[in-house]
Design a protein around this ligand. Structure first.
Ligand code: GAP
Length: 450
């Protein structure tokens, strides 16, 4: 089985990600996040949100609505050719493809000839209200940042901000992708984490470089291997319609064709964009509101320029899963003979792992031991995402927890009954230490924050 198939299988088997509407046969590249998936997704969002609103200076948050006036998308350029992919159709089997994804000029499914390319707009159309006429048409947002631009004045005035400052947002976005695929890499409904930094036009180059560095470090600090990460300057003809400069942070995935003639596997996970005054000046023009900033000191009035950082939650989720996935042939335990079995270890960062702690009674057939282990589980539950597992041998249970990236396994054994201590096993080192039950919450919190 190739790596992607293993990731997809693990995701389903262990409750990270399920195909949407599966009992009806699934629904075109939509996915549901299961019990572990939603915890991990929330962890990714929290780490990003904390990074922006706590670690960085002068960034405030926003949660704008998904549905907006259609004029927003006219002003932003998303309803015109700028936000459209070139689509070709096979004349024989009628399958449709994105032209820029094809390596040859024939259908990759049946070898048939292709039609001339047509522009296909990616906005998802919908109707608001009971009458489905042109006046009721609007769109599901294709990027979250437009909600930030249309609130620029509201945020500026209500928070009494001074340039430079940032507004960040996490939320759903929708695109009618022609060729979705590679599991959750390219989907039609996804979440974005976007930060818009408003600054003076003269500052853009310096700030662009600052944000590029910060964003690369974010991945490295969360354990992504350096050799799997790179930042590339996007040439003019490949850039988004609003971007004066664009750097893509790419990850070396186990799929995908080379971009700009490079090595296979490198695909975008995040874009850093210098959007200039494209958005604010267009919204000024179309709305009739003056979205210029007035600098009290210099008496200058101008449309702030924008440096944007934009990453998909789903796409980064996939990166964290792939990068953390390890297979150990013959198992990790050196004290017992190698079983030739493959053990899976999901070496997720402590902050991202969905389950922090597992409570495991050593054996199942001692009611007193089970009762006490369950008490420990109850003690920990309000503080951590914790699992209780008593099924199978202790070694098998450790392996089950390693496979989902649980940071600590606590084993309640016979000595525990005597002295009210238990063992804490570290996922990465497999080292065990004894800790008093009464100190557990404090010790685990310290270890998880270290
Ligand atoms: N506001 C700028 C913007 O939306 P983008 O490069 O089109 O820029 C930013 O998208 C990020 O959103 C991408 O780097 C990716 O992580 C995520 N993204 C975009 N389209 C996606 C899709 N169809 N499925 C999953 N994630 C997607």
């Amino acid at each position: 089985m190739d790596l992607m198939s293993k990731i997809v299988s693990l995701s389903k088997r262990r409750g990270f990600i399920f195909p949407s509407s599966e009992i009806y046969g699934g629904f075109g590249s939509c996915y549901d996040f299961g019990p572990l998936g939603v915890e991990m997704k929330n962890n990714i969002k929290k780490v990003w949100w904390d990074e922006m609103t706590k670690k960085q200076e002068n960034i405030v948050g926003l949660d704008a609505s998904i549905l907006m006036r259609p004029e927003v998308w006219k002003a932003s350029g998303h309803l015109t050719a700028g936000f459209a992919d070139e689509l070709v159709e096979c004349k024989k089997c009628h399958h449709r493809f994105r032209k820029d994804f094809l390596e040859e000029k024939k259908c990759p499914d049946c070898g048939g000839g292709l039609t001339e390319p047509k522009k296909f707009n990616l906005m998802m159309k919908t109707f608001v209200g009971p009458v489905e006429d042109e006046a009721a048409v609007t769109y599901l947002r294709a990027e979250t940042c437009q909600g930030i631009y249309v609130n620029f004045l509201n945020v500026l005035n209500s928070m009494r901000l001074k340039i430079p400052f940032g507004i960040c947002q996490i939320g759903k976005a929708f695109r009618n992708e022609i060729t979705p695929g590679n599991f959750i890499y390219r989907v039609r409904e996804f979440e974005q984490m976007e930060m818009q930094w408003f600054c003076h036009p003269k500052e853009t180059d310096k700030l662009f470089d600052y944000w590029k560095k910060e964003r690369i470090n974010w991945y490295l600090n969360l354990g992504i291997k350096k050799e799997n990460l790179r930042a590339i300057e996007v040439p003019k003809k490949e850039r988004a319609h609003y971007a004066k400069r664009q750097v893509d942070i790419e990850y070396k995935f186990p799929f995908g064709s080379p971009r700009f003639g490079g090595e296979a596997g490198w695909n975008e996970i995040e874009g850093i964009h210098n959007r200039g005054d494209w958005d604010l000046s267009n919204h000024s023009k179309h709305s009739g509101e003056d979205l210029r900033y007035f600098d009290e000191e210099t008496k200058e009035r101008y449309h702030p320029h924008i440096i944007e950082t934009s990453v998909g939650v789903d796409r980064s989720f996939l990166v964290f899963l792939i990068d953390a996935y390890q297979e150990i042939k013959g198992g990790r335990t050196k004290t017992t003979e190698a079983t030739k079995e493959i053990e899976v270890l999901l070496k997720l960062d402590k902050k991202l792992a969905p389950t922090k702690v597992a409570v495991l009674p050593l054996v199942r057939n001692k009611p007193k031991l089970i009762k006490k282990a369950k008490e420990v589980f109850k003690l920990l539950k309000p503080h951590f995402i914790v699992q209780y597992d008593e099924l199978g041998s202790i070694g098998r249970r450790y392996r089950r927890q390693d496979e989902i990236g649980t940071i600590f396994c606590l084993t309640y054994d016979f000595q525990s009954l005597k002295d009210n201590t238990l063992t804490i096993r570290d996922r990465n080192t497999m080292k065990q230490e004894r800790v008093k039950v009464k100190d557990l919450v404090k010790v685990l919190k310290e270890k998880l924050e270290k």
